[in-house]
Design a protein around this ligand. Structure first.
Ligand code: NAD
Ligand code: MG
Length: 328
């Protein structure tokens, strides 16, 4: 594995070029603001009537349609939702300058073949390991969120330097830029959010809450144990790994962790994780998600409603309403 820092950046890469940022959501806004503060001429490309158009104008950007933003740009950043990218690429392909760079923040569309970029383009990935507002706040504080870098097409011979230049100017080299591939970034990102972060963590919380409530304990007490206190543990893990968590919890909690934890997340769970990973690797998940989008998202909306109808949400809303510091 290779990690690049500020001293590794080619001082000339990208400098003086116009950058088109397509999409002005979580990542788009942060990248556009950081690049502008780094001295770049940034143009924002958006659908007319989209919600973020006014926000980009308010932030002082020239905003136009993606097809208008693209021709003058040496680098075009695809920061619209993953499911909108294939359509957007089809709309702008004819407008992309010969030898320009296509940049993604997640590899989904390239890895699963939804976008097949023209052969004269450099195609790169810069994936910040954090949400957009963190990318912006760290940059403003003189720090930076670490990024992953990958190159899937190097038409000019400069793709890697250009990608590293981009990462540098959004603050990434301050945190370190690690090299990966589109395949590795896409598959690990999807697996992580499904098995551990979004899917795994929320199921663990909700099943724990249900177990206590079904055994007759008060929902409010169950909420504090299973949802509220999760943050304390996650903060310790984030700051100092398992070691820091062990330092801060009681001896009793540690003994319970070491002897009971493996009985909850057991070999059966690990086997299910392997199955979920396989579905990511062989494209089953990607196909299912694309079909769901194409057929109107009805199954997705039903599942989302079921998730939000869980009693833990009602109890949680009431309790969080009394913790005024959470509203800030
Ligand atoms: P977002 O949903 O926050 O913002 C999307 C932007 O695209 C908005 O400005 C929206 O108006 C615009 N848009 C939506 N549909 C469009 C369409 N059909 N055509 C043109 N514009 C459209 O998106 P995001 O979360 O910033 O994600 C952008 C990319 O960054 C994705 O590839 C995502 O996987 C990746 N990424 C996101 C995060 C994150 O923390 N959110 C982290 C790393 C990578
Ligand atoms: Mg869930």
């Amino acid at each position: 594995m290779q990690m690049y820092l500020e001293s590794d950046v080619d001082a000339h890469a990208l400098v003086g070029e116009r950058i088109a940022v397509l999409g002005y959501g979580s990542q788009g806004r942060a990248h556009a603001l950081n690049l502008r503060d780094s001295g770049f001429d940034v143009v924002v490309g958006l659908r007319s009537g989209g919600k973020t158009w006014a926000r980009a104008e308010h932030d002082g950007f020239a905003v136009c349609s993606p097809a208008e933003a693209t021709p003058g740009a040496g680098l075009v950043a695809f920061l619209v939702p993953d499911m909108a990218q294939a359509r957007l690429y089809a709309d702008i392909e004819a407008h992309l300058r010969q030898g320009s760079t296509l940049l993604f923040a997640h590899g989904f569309n390239i890895h699963y073949g939804r976008i097949d970029p023209r052969a004269d383009l450099d195609v790169v990935l810069i994936a910040p390991k954090g949400p957009g507002d963190l990318v912006r706040r760290q940059y403003e504080a003189g720090r930076g969120v670490p990024c992953l870098l990958a190159v899937s097409q190097d038409a000019t011979g400069n793709a890697q330097d250009r990608a590293l230049g981009y990462a540098h100017h959004i603050g990434g080299t301050r945190g370190g830029v690690l090299t990966t591939t589109f395949a590795e970034e896409t598959e690990t990102d999807l697996f992580g959010e499904q098995a551990v972060l979004c899917g795994g963590a929320t199921e663990l919380i909700v099943r724990g809450f249900e177990t206590l409530v079904e055994a007759g304990y008060q929902p409010e007490v169950a909420y504090f144990e299973c949802m509220h206190e999760m943050k304390l543990i996650v903060d310790l893990l984030h700051e100092g790994g398992l070691k820091k968590m062990h330092e801060f919890v009681s001896e009793t909690a540690k003994f319970g962790d070491l002897t009971r934890g493996p009985r909850i997340i057991d070999d059966h769970v690990k086997a299910s994780m392997r199955t979920v990973l396989k579905e990511v690797q062989d494209g089953t998940f990607a196909r299912e998600w694309i079909e769901e989008n194409e057929s109107g998202l009805n199954g997705y909306k039903r599942l989302l409603k079921e998730d939000l109808d869980n009693p833990i949400e009602t109890v949680g809303r009431e309790l969080r309403g009394r913790m005024s510091w959470l509203q800030q």
